[in-house]
Structure formats: structure tokens, C-alpha cells
Design a protein around this ligand. Sequence first.
Ligand SMILES: C[S@@+](CC[C@H](N)C(=O)[O-])C[C@H]1O[C@@H](n2cnc3c(N)ncnc32)[C@H](O)[C@@H]1O
Length: 309
Amino acid sequence: MKLRHPIDYSRAKTRREVLIRQRRDLWTPEQVESLARHFQLKPGMKMLDAGCGFGYAMRTWGRFCMPGGGLTGLDRDKRLLRQAGRYCRKEGFGRAARFVAGDICGMPFEDNAFDATLAHVVFCHLAEPEKAFDEMIRVTRSGGCVAVFDNAMTGSGSSGWTSWREPTVDERLLGHEVGLRMMKGRRELGFGDFSVGCHVPVWMEARGMRNVGVRMNERVVWIAPPYASPEQQTAYRNTLERVREPLRWDRVNKAEVAQMRAGGLARAMFDRHRRINRSVDQAFRKAVKEGTAAYSGSSPFWCIWGFKP
Ligand SMILES: C[S@@+](CC[C@H](N)C(=O)[O-])C[C@H]1O[C@@H](n2cnc3c(N)ncnc32)[C@H](O)[C@@H]1O
């Protein structure tokens, strides 16, 4: 039986959560500028956003290739590409942006076609990310930049604090075990690997890429009443949107069950973890309604770049 990938972009809720909400304020303006300098982006350059989704990376770093540049977004999902086109037009890229449907592991482009090739949160979904990496190098010209943005989790997730319910040590340990086993299951089933970012610097060096650099995303997301600053308003708006969407803690899908098995996680442990999460979620919703919710959080997310020899 073919299992659906656990992150399903045909669901509107997933698209909203991942491709819109998680992208708001993801990289600070300073980091965007600084990475553009590291990538040596210049007007007139041709940039590829591989696995572009709604085109977040091409819209964020494409402006450094303007005027005169050309942006290409590739994704296997045509519906996402249509929306990416609408966003790019809205942001004034007009005819400078084009979109191509295809697989990042075998892209329909000539060798050396681009000055810079970016992949933003794609490798962690792939069974064979190294294949995609080699494709990115192939389609980039000699001296051009290849940049990979991805998760680099070796633990089970983020660090931070919430005002509404402090988990006990036992709950935290349980959360780590569940997280690590689900990650292992995901890897074993070929659904991807949330630690993939950690491997990319080594892959870059092994292929003789020049001037390899790595930066961690420096954004700590936090909210604290009265949520007044522009940064707080963005974070609070994301929180309100999350609260408006019902969470279905009782529903477990086939992919999750398969991940449990492949990761060696007992169903009883998974269910206990979900019960705890449900009660945390209820406390969270109550705090948001009362206007007392405060939290801070970050997760390991890296940008790794290098230049093709
Ligand atoms: C987490 S989303 C990231 C989208 C976008 N880069 C961003 O950061 O907003 C992952 C994207 O990779 C695309 N994708 C997954 N596997 C792919 C493949 N083999 N070839 C091309 N695109 C793929 C998905 O359709 C989805 O748009």
C-alpha cells in the first residue's frame, strides 16, 4: 500500500500553516540582506527556486537579481505553482518570473543554466536529498551559488517556554522519545529527514564547493501582552489564526501509524503524548482568549551555501 506523505500540501490548512504562516517573518530583514551578500546576488542574475511552493525564496531573494534578472520556480505541484505566480505578480516581478513543473531530483533544465540555485525547506521531505543536491549543482554555472535552507534537528524539536503550562520533566522526556522515534520512522519510510541540514555542509565540502558557509536562523518567535510592536503583532496574528483552526487530537492517520512502527514507538506511548498535548493545547487556547498568553520559541533551521568550482 502506498502511503501518503505525512505533510500533505493538497490540504488548505497545511498550505496556510506551512507556506504562509511559517514564512511570515521567518528570516529577519538583516539576515535576508546578509545572505544575499553571501550568495553574491547581483542585478541581471538568473535564479532558480527549486521546490518553490508559493515561491517564498524567489520572492525574498529574487529582488537582489533585479533589474534585469530572471527567476524560475520549480515544483512538482502545479497548484502551488499557480499560486506562486499570483504572489510574484502581486509583488511586481511580472514577466521576470516563470514557473516549471518537475522533480527536483531530475530537473528539466540544461547544465549550468542558473547563476544561483536555492532550495528552501525541500530536502527534509525527500527520500534522496543528495540526489536533489547534485541536481542543483548540475544546473548551476561554475562559480554560481547553491544554497540550501533546511531543518537541522538532532533532538525532537524546539527550545522555548510557554506561560500557560510548564511541562514536567517526565512529559518532556516522553516528548523527546516520541519526537525522535517518529523522526526515525519518517526517515526509514523515505518521507524525509528533519536533521538533513546537518549533512549539507559535509556534502558541499565533499564536492569541492568553494567558500562554504552556514548560518542558523536567528529568529526567536515570542509573544507577550500587550502584543504591541509590529513584530509582536505578526506573531500574535499567527497565534490567533492557529487558535481559530480546530486541532483534531483524536485522529491518527495511516502515515503516522507506519512511522510509529518503523521508529519502534509503542502506540500507548504515542497516545499518552497526544493526551498531554491536548491538555497543553486547551490551556493555550484559554490563555489566548484571556489575553494572557506569552511564549518564546526557536528551532534549529540552517542556511548552507557554497560556490560551484
Ligand atoms: C515545505 S514546502 C517548501 C516550499 C517553499 N520552498 C517554501 O519554503 O515556502 C516543500 C515543497 O517541496 C515540494 N516538493 C517536494 N518534493 C518535491 C520533488 N521531488 N520535486 C519538486 N518539488 C518537491 C513540495 O511540493 C512543496 O512545495
